[in-house]
Design a protein around this ligand. Sequence first.
Ligand SMILES: Nc1nc2c(ncn2[C@@H]2O[C@H](COP(=O)(O)OP(=O)(O)O)[C@@H](O)[C@H]2O)c(=O)[nH]1
Ligand SMILES: [Mg+2]
Length: 233
Amino acid sequence: MTAVTIPTYNEKDNVREMAQKVLANLPQDGIVIFGDDNSPDGTGAILDEIAAAEPRVKVLHRAAKEGLGRAYVALFAEALRLGADVVVQMDCDFSHDPADIPRLVAAGADLAIGSRYVKGGATTGWPLKRLAISRIGGLVVRIVTGMKVKDPTGGFKAWRRSALEAIDYASAASKGYSFQLETNYRAWRKRLTIAEVPITFAERRAGVSKITGSIAVESLKMVFKLRFGKSHG
Ligand SMILES: Nc1nc2c(ncn2[C@@H]2O[C@H](COP(=O)(O)OP(=O)(O)O)[C@@H](O)[C@H]2O)c(=O)[nH]1
Ligand SMILES: [Mg+2]
């Protein structure tokens, strides 16, 4: 069974269509689990409505905004508890296309990463500055950690159950977006099979980005911590 996990913070204008489109791209037994951090825009209540009408949609409510990494630790635990053998991660803003889910799952790797930077991958609608930060960030991650992944910071991924168990995701130090590269690095260190599947990343449709300077700083620190720190998981 595939469980798609989606953290949300102020995504009221995206959740209904996301739930629909994700379910349309899953087999009958697939489920989607949203993890909302008590969004002030009422996303949580909308999610409860959707879940009440559709048993394949589940919702986790957390009391406060604790960051993307913390939300994913809770989401992964719930997905595994419900019996998922594949766990997909994606954003709730249509930057990641639900139609790509089947290709990620079909890659059959311990970890399949949706990649903007392999042949066939692309990014649309991003200003040059944001694209440059992403490319340079990825380059720094590759050089410092030695991890041979072209798009190590992306958030559209599919994990085998056994892989999530192997990396001990719950002990990840990252509170925010660096959770993505920290978990990739753990998979890499464990010599799990990693596939990069080309995706087109689009700018978000509705709502605003939650990325901040402090999230970026945590990511940069994490790169060096992974390389020179002691806890690799
Ligand atoms: N639960 C939760 N979700 C978050 C948090 N920060 C970001 N998200 C969600 O994570 C996804 C990616 O965030 P987004 O703002 O689109 O980041 P960007 O694409 O890098 O600009 C979206 O679905 C957000 O709603 C958080 O602290 N808690
Ligand atoms: Mg986004």
